[in-house]
Structures are given as C-alpha cells and as structure tokens.
Ligand binder design. Structure first.
Ligand code: DNO
Length: 359
C-alpha cells in the first residue's frame, strides 16, 4: 500500500509540496490539470514539468485524479470517437512519465456535490455536509451560486461558471436516457481504452458517483456493489478497475464496504482507495466526520483490515478532511485542507502498521 495525498497542482492548491512531504509516510501526490478542457489531449511538456516539480520535492506521482470523461462519451454523442482518441493519447503520454493509475468518473454533467461546504461542527471545525432535501429545493444554478459565493480561491470541479451556462442543455440531453444506454456508452468507451491501458500498463480506476443518490434528475450509476459489479464486468480485465471510495459507496446506508473490498480487491480490481469517514444524520443525509472510527459511521479498522487481507498493493489517500485549526479557504479547498487529512493519513498508517505487525 502506498499512502498518497491529493494535490491540485501549482497555482491551484494553496498547500505546497514541501508541506505534503513533511507528512510522515507520504510517498507521493495524486494530481491533475484542471485548466485543460475535458476532451483535449494533455500536452507532454505539462506532464513532464509537473513530474519534475513533484520529484524535486522528494515525492512520486504515479496516480492522476482525474482525467475526466467528455459528456459526448457519456452521452454516446457523435463527437465521442475524437475524444476517445485524445484520451488514449493522454494515457500514452502519462505512461511515458511513469503514471501507473488513472482515476476518472462517469458522473453525468456534474462531479461530486454537497449541500454545504462549510458546515460548523460543535468543536469549532467545519466540514462538508449533504442534505438531500436542501438540494432538492435548489436549481443547479442556485447551488453553483452558493458554491461560488463561499469560495474565493477555487472553483468546484464540474461547477465552473462556464459550464453552468450550459447546464440546462446538459440536463436536457440526459432526459429519458435509459440505464441500458448509459451502460452501453460506457462499454463503448471501455472497449476502446482498456486495450490501450493494457498496452501502456495503466490501471484505470473508476470513481463511484458521489453522492450515491440521483440529483437534479440525472441518472446515477456507480452507486452500489451491484452496479460496480456490472461496470467491471463490462470489460473483464485487471486494467478495468475501481477507485474504492468509502465516502461515496459508504454514503448509502447499509452498504458493506469491507465486503466490497474483499470481493473486488480479492479479484485485483481495486487500484486506488479514497478512505474517509462520514456520519449519518438520517437515511440520506450525512456530514464528513474526522477519520477516527468513533467519530463517524464507517469502521476504518475494518476497511483497512479488508484491504490488508486482500493483499492490497495499490494507492490510498486520506479523503476529505474537516477544516481545523483556523484553516480557511485560503489554506485549502473544501475537504482538502492540510491538517485533518494529514491526521487522517497517519491514523490509517497506524492501523496499517498494526495489521502488518500483527500478521
Ligand atoms: C471529490 C473527489 C471527486 C473525484 C472525482 C474522480 O472530492 O473524490 O471529485 O476526484 O470524481 O474522478
């Protein structure tokens, strides 16, 4: 298992590589280029410059999160072949620079969503929250406006103002799309890219939909054990794998994350794990708690034990943390401050050390 840290890149993340390097046990960063329009091939110079900067800080970069999927691919629209070709070019260039794993998602139109980015907890920290009814009473534009008002220093990926201008066209395009068509579009994509992934030896790791509930009437697919099974079965190859995100799959009450790890990890299909905790407030709503098991609804020990039992050799990152110790948005994007994620990482490493030594 390699412990990593999400870093949004030079000029995109107020957290420095030096700070990340000082967290005990960090082997590397997981990063992306948020400014490159989705669907375009990534320039090789950008990749090599980024890798040189990360390596100069004494860190590795073996995982990209994310190389995003253009809507034409998800919709099965006529422009998809060109975007798929560009995707493969990006994969080849990344492989040439030592990238071993690509995280991506199949969420229609929007990336992850929360009702509140800075929800105050009684201990004076703040965290992200998901309240289904709150979102149900907003339009996507209203939610995007809330995000924009709360954030001075970042844009929520997938919610950029430019994108929001076209939101209704996007939403319209998905209207009436059946689950079968959506899966067929994903299969078309996988049939094209997984042979390339095998050739370049890049492990593709799809991220589940977050939250695992429909929002704004959009279809949500990768939200449960059965759907993950179906997605992985679309192209049975070790290179068609999963980003096991405990906070996404685990946000459906009753989901058995350790069982999913044993099943998919046992088959060598988990390449990347986002490990975080959340606290259910009722059947659908939750806030993101500290990683420490007694503070949340998920059992971090059982999750790490399942990863350990299946001999997990992939990448882990502590996922969202709270904003603590007077961290502000200037010191990290929501969920991606420095301190709570560093604490989370070392808690997970502590569990891992105990598992290794107790073997
Ligand atoms: C949220 C993240 C997601 C994730 C993408 C993966 O914090 O987990 O935005 O990076 O969905 O493609």
């Amino acid at each position: 298992m390699k412990m990593t840290f999400r870093w949004f890149g030079e000029n995109q993340d107020p957290i420095s590589l030096k700070e990340i390097k000082q967290i005990p046990g960090m082997t590397g960063v997981v990063t992306s280029f948020l400014d490159i329009p989705v669907g375009e091939a990534w320039p090789e110079e950008r990749i090599s410059a980024m890798k040189a900067a990360v390596n100069a800080a004494g860190l590795e970069v073996e995982v990209i999160e994310s190389v995003n999927i253009h809507e034409d691919i998800k919709l099965g629209a006529s422009g998809r072949d060109e975007k798929i070709e560009n995707y493969i070019v990006t994969m080849e260039r990344l492989a040439r620079h030592g990238i071993k794993c690509i995280c991506y998602n199949m969420m229609p139109v929007l990336d992850w969503a929360r009702s509140h980015l800075y929800y105050d907890l009684p201990d004076g920290s703040n965290t992200m929250r998901y309240e289904a009814e709150f979102i149900a009473n907003l339009s996507p534009e209203q939610l995007a406006a809330r995000y924009a008002a709360e954030s001075e220093t970042y844009e929520m990926p997938g919610w950029e103002p430019e994108r929001m201008k076209k939101i209704n066209t996007y939403l319209e395009a998905y209207k009436g799309m059946s689950e079968e068509t959506f899966y067929a579009n994903m299969k078309y994509f996988l049939d094209a890219i997984i042979p390339a992934a095998e050739k370049f030896d890049i492990k593709m790791a799809v991220h589940p939909d977050d939250p695992p509930q429909p929002i704004f009437g959009l279809p949500k697919l990768i939200i449960s054990r059965d759907n993950v099974r179906k997605y992985l079965d679309l192209y049975p190859s070790a290179h068609n794998g999963l980003t096991l995100c405990t906070g996404s799959l685990g946000a459906r009450k009753g989901a058995d994350i350790p069982a999913m790890i044993r099943e998919f990890g046992g088959e060598g299909r988990i390449h990347f794990a986002h490990v975080r905790n959340l606290k259910f407030e009722n059947e659908t709503d939750f806030y993101e708690s500290a990683h420490y098991s007694p503070y949340g609804s998920l059992d971090m020990y059982e999750i790490m034990r399942a990863l350990h039992d299946v001999g997990f050799k992939g990448y882990v990152r502590p996922d969202h943390g709270r904003m603590i110790w007077d961290e502000t948005t200037k010191k990290g994007r929501p969920g991606y401050g420095l301190y709570d994620r560093a604490i989370g990482a070392n808690y997970l490493l502590g569990i891992w050390e105990a598992l290794e030594k107790g073997r």
